[in-house]
Ligand binder design. Structure first.
Ligand SMILES: Cc1cc2nc3c(=O)[nH]c(=O)nc-3n(C[C@H](O)[C@H](O)[C@H](O)COP(=O)(O)O)c2cc1C
Length: 330
């Protein structure tokens, strides 16, 4: 069974990927309830943390019920990263994750995120210093390489392991690919097959069906799957995959009642966390996904995403249940 340092995980664990504006405490709690074995925060800027920027600091909030939880940081300046590690430690996460995979221009142009894939010595140095700075297990999330001509992930993963990381998650795309094309899991399998590797190697990218998770496990031999987009609006995905592993059959899609209940709990947790105004505002982006594909739903979605008052949104959920309670999801 894979372990991240002392954290023992089940066979082929499922990890909730760090996702900006998605992997917040309410969403992480819902995914955890539905079977995610490890959850990660969205990425947090090391520069933002050391400036005490409220937007970054609030992202450090974690709750007992979501453990084991990793806090992900990004940056490229050694000093800032080390100071950020000290700040992150105070939140007492189970894991500190370093983001070496974000492809966004404003991040890579500062050499952070996937930008560091153009400077492997710096990547190794930063990682080494972070590992030395903290007693917490450090994990890395990265991509295959900068572009298709510079895929050195087998060597990179080994060097990161040698400076002390406890697990690596690899998105099977290069930075240049951004999110285009398909994730290639072959180079990730090559990392796993390197006889010198002894830490868990988690695969990431396009695990969007239970069958894909089975392929990643059985055909590619990876230690677990990190799941991103397939969980958005669908925290049940973790349960679906585990059910498929156990039985080889598909679970029925969640009913309208389960979806409304998830939306309701999501909103309530967001309000408890950030207060009514922000809770109502920030949960809006999730409703479309919870209620995808329902005909003649616009009127109700509009109520959910335009009301500033939590009571109105909760009332809209009641109406949805009344009107669409028997809707059969495909
Ligand atoms: C909305 C969104 C936000 C993301 N934010 C982050 C992030 O904060 N940190 C990170 O390492 N990756 C981030 N990613 C990348 C995902 O963690 C993951 O690597 C990618 O979506 C591929 O996995 P998937 O095919 O399962 O979605 C983000 C992806 C999406 C779609």
């Amino acid at each position: 069974m894979p372990k991240i340092a002392d954290i023992v995980l089940p066979d082929f664990p499922l990890l909730l990927a760090p996702m900006e504006d998605v992997s917040d405490p309410p969403f992480r709690a819902l995914c955890k309830e539905q079977g995610a074995d490890v959850v990660y925060t969205e990425f947090i800027s090391s520069e933002g943390l050391i400036r005490d920027a409220a937007k970054s600091v609030i992202k450090l909030d974690i709750y007992e019920k979501e453990r084991p939880v990793g806090i992900q940081i990004f940056g490229a300046e050694l000093d800032s990263m080390l100071q950020a590690v000290d700040i992150v430690e105070k939140s007492n996460p189970d894991i500190i994750d370093i983001n070496f995979g974000c492809p966004v221009k404003k991040v890579v142009c500062k050499n952070a995120g996937a930008g560091i894939l153009r400077d492997i010595p710096l990547m190794v140095k930063l990682t080494s210093e972070i590992v030395k700075r903290t007693k917490l297990p450090v994990t890395v999330k990265t991509r295959l390489g900068w572009d298709s001509d510079s895929i050195k992930i087998v060597e990179v993963a080994e060097r990161l392991q040698d400076v002390g990381i406890e697990a690596i998650s690899i998105h099977g795309r290069t930075r240049v690919q951004m999110y285009k094309g398909f994730a290639d899991w072959k180079p990730i399998a090559a990392v796993k097959n390197n006889p010198r590797m002894h830490i868990p190697v988690f695969g990431n990218g396009d695990v969007d069906t239970p069958e894909a998770a089975v392929r990643m496990r059985d055909d590619f031999g990876l230690d677990g799957a990190m799941i991103g987009r397939a969980s958005i609006g669908n925290p049940w995905f973790f349960k679906e995959v585990k059910h498929f592993f156990e039985t080889g059959t598909h679970l029925k899609p969640p009913s309208m009642e389960e979806r409304v209940e998830a939306a309701r709990r999501h909103l309530q947790m967001a309000i408890d966390w950030k207060g009514e105004k922000l809770g109502v505002f920030e949960t809006r982006r999730h409703y479309t996904n919870y209620f995808k594909g329902i005909p003649h739903f616009k009127e109700y979605r509009m109520k959910m995403v335009t009301s500033d008052d939590a009571a109105d949104v909760f009332a809209a959920f009641d109406e949805v249940l009344e009107k669409f309670g028997n809707y059969q999801f495909a």
